[in-house]
Design a protein around this ligand. Sequence first.
Ligand SMILES: Nc1ncnc2c1ncn2[C@@H]1O[C@H](COP(=O)(O)OP(=O)(O)OP(=O)(O)O)[C@@H](O)[C@H]1O
Ligand SMILES: [Mg+2]
Length: 179
Amino acid sequence: MNKTSQTNEKPAFVLWFTGLSGAGKSTLADRVYERLTQSGRPIERLDGDSLRAAFPATGFSRKDRDEHIKRVGYMASRLEHHGVIVVASFISPYREARDFVRKLCRNFVEVYVDASLETCRKRDVKGLYKKAMAGQIQSFTGLDDPYEEPQHPEIIVKTDQQSIDQSEKTILDYIQRYL
Ligand SMILES: Nc1ncnc2c1ncn2[C@@H]1O[C@H](COP(=O)(O)OP(=O)(O)OP(=O)(O)O)[C@@H](O)[C@H]1O
Ligand SMILES: [Mg+2]
């Protein structure tokens, strides 16, 4: 690679999906990831379920959630630093932890995947709301644990009012500036 092409290189970015369980983070992140892989740029996908499977001791207390998000966020920022686009989807309910990650990254694009608790409970994609409401799971975000909405997200998608295609388009339109 010569100097000119390096100078013209498009910046990497961290696309960070946050929202309630069942809001549509993984669905949309997977879609956008698939699209981005077609660009030939280096790209990594990080998702709450696979990360928690890799680190099974991670709990759901505020301390555990904060540490988990900060570690994952640090990793995302290192990848970004080396030119890798990162598509990350985590409930990441605490504003402070998300803002910590934002500060580590050069181009942090926060996507607030917004669906009402009612909608998420009805979807109950993984049956977790049912379990939480039956008392089988504690510290469940939106029920007995808080979700702090982003105050200034780069992107908001209202997945209880939009189709998956519409939400995907909103995100792809925004990130065109990095492509
Ligand atoms: N506009 C939309 N965007 C994304 N998902 C949508 C939309 N409309 C409906 N859905 C549906 O909502 C569900 C979202 O589930 P998904 O697993 O993506 O949630 P999640 O936010 O990743 O939850 P979790 O935090 O538990 O992993 C899917 O069944 C999806 O088909
Ligand atoms: Mg998910």
